[in-house]
Design a protein around this ligand. Structure first.
Ligand SMILES: Nc1nc2c(c(=O)[nH]1)N[C@H]1C(S)=C(S)[C@@H](COP(=O)(O)O)O[C@H]1N2
Ligand SMILES: [Mo]
Length: 366
């Protein structure tokens, strides 16, 4: 097979097959957020997770423009200054990679081997996409909008610029932004400098980094990242549902201290305050429950108030645990109006949107 021969299927690891050097290379490039950083409302720079399919592209800022074309009355070519002169909005948004949790699936889909760290919370500053689309004058037959980054690569044999399509209705949402700043500073190279798309509530793949081309389409977008990747399928021959909004999840900030090699947790017996974050891109979180006996019984955690200004931020929760000597398995699950996180794996062959509950073994010392 040559490098450009298309390979339609994602590979699934053989039973018992360990993580390969290819997967390690991806894991070293695409780092997660250390889970102790769940303590911050806004993830400090450098601790936010990073996922880049190909390379971080070299962007020449002197000549950089955002082009907007396709089914519009007035195609636009905008400099960063043009965009920054438009009305600006700052919003706190949780981002999570759709592949988060993939490495624990059995059998394991071979791709970026995320455990649970592919999350981060940032304050993004940009201008609503809808205003720019209105200025261009979207044609009456438009159905989808495609967003292309400056990065280029090959994936399962298909050479491409990273591109995602979004329905026109979703693209016109007032909270969908063209973003140039993260946590009050210019976007760093790994997060998409100089401009990225922000689609609050959606898994990471929708938030196109290094964005430089927008095209309004009169036919549904059928490129690789929508039609082949990011589909929930069990059988390789089915089309599968597209991956869209973030499913509910709660994560526990690791209690106590870790073993260097195994990351196993230790605490001392007595009161142990537990805390973490919960989120959903579908609907507000209504409940977080904690189990200290591996899921045999569940108890409600205390949820911090929501901030109406930031509906897509993560939400803090706390729980007072009285730890008794021995080994315990801590588990936490979030619920939104669509339901709770599953306690048994729901497998799909790309390892997408796996919101299986987190399990944290803890040794309590007497
Ligand atoms: N141009 C471009 N945009 C991209 C990607 C990419 O590889 N190229 N990766 C996507 C994926 S899969 C995720 S999870 C998020 C990650 O954003 P972050 O690195 O800022 O956390 O960016 C998305 N946008
Ligand atoms: Mo992702």
């Amino acid at each position: 097979m040559t490098a450009t021969e298309p390979r339609a299927r994602a590979r699934i690891a053989e039973p018992g097959e360990g993580i390969s050097l290819d997967e390690l290379a991806l894991a070293a490039r695409n780092h997660g957020m250390p889970l102790e950083a769940l303590r911050y409302d806004v993830t400090p720079p450098g601790l936010h997770y990073v996922l880049t399919h190909y390379d971080i592209p070299a962007v020449d800022m002197a000549s950089w423009r955002l082009s907007l074309g396709g089914a519009v009355e007035r195609p636009l070519s905008l400099s960063l200054e043009d965009l920054q002169r438009r009305p600006a909005v700052t919003t706190r948004v949780l981002l999570e990679c759709a592949g988060n949790g993939r490495a624990r699936l059995e059998p394991r889909p071979v791709s970026q081997p995320w455990l649970l760290e592919a999350v981060g919370s940032a304050e993004w500053t940009g201008t609503p996409l809808a205003g720019v689309l209105r200025e261009a004058g979207v044609g009456p037959d438009a159905v989808d909008v495609s967003f292309t980054g400056a990065d280029h690569g090959v994936e399962r044999g298909v050479e491409q610029d990273y591109t995602r399509g979004l329905s026109l209705a979703e693209a016109m949402r007032p909270d969908v932004l063209l973003v140039w700043a993260m946590n009050g500073a210019a976007l760093p190279p790994q997060h998409g400098a100089p401009l990225r798309l922000l689609v609050p509530g959606w898994y990471g793949m929708a938030h196109v980094k290094w964005l430089d081309r927008i095209e309004v389409l009169t036919e549904p977008y059928t490129g690789f990242q929508n039609a082949t990747a990011y589909r929930l399928k069990v059988d390789p021959h089915e089309d599968g549902e597209p991956v869209t909004r973030i499913r509910p999840r709660a994560l526990l900030a690791p209690p106590g201290w870790p073993d260097f090699m195994t990351r196993e947790r230790f605490v001392r017996a007595g009161p142990v305050p537990l805390s973490g974050r919960a989120w959903s891109g579908r609907a507000p979180i209504t409940r977080v429950e904690v189990s200290t006996d591996g899921g045999a019984s569940w108890d409600d955690a205390v949820l911090a108030p929501t901030d109406p200004a930031h509906p897509y931020a993560w939400r803090a929760w706390t729980y007072d645990w009285t730890a008794t000597p021995g080994t315990h398995q801590l588990t936490v699950r979030a619920t939104d109006e669509g339901g709770s996180q599953p306690v048994a794996q729901e497998w799909n062959r790309q390892g997408m949107a796996n919101n299986l509950v987190q399990r944290v073994p803890v040794t309590v010392l007497g």
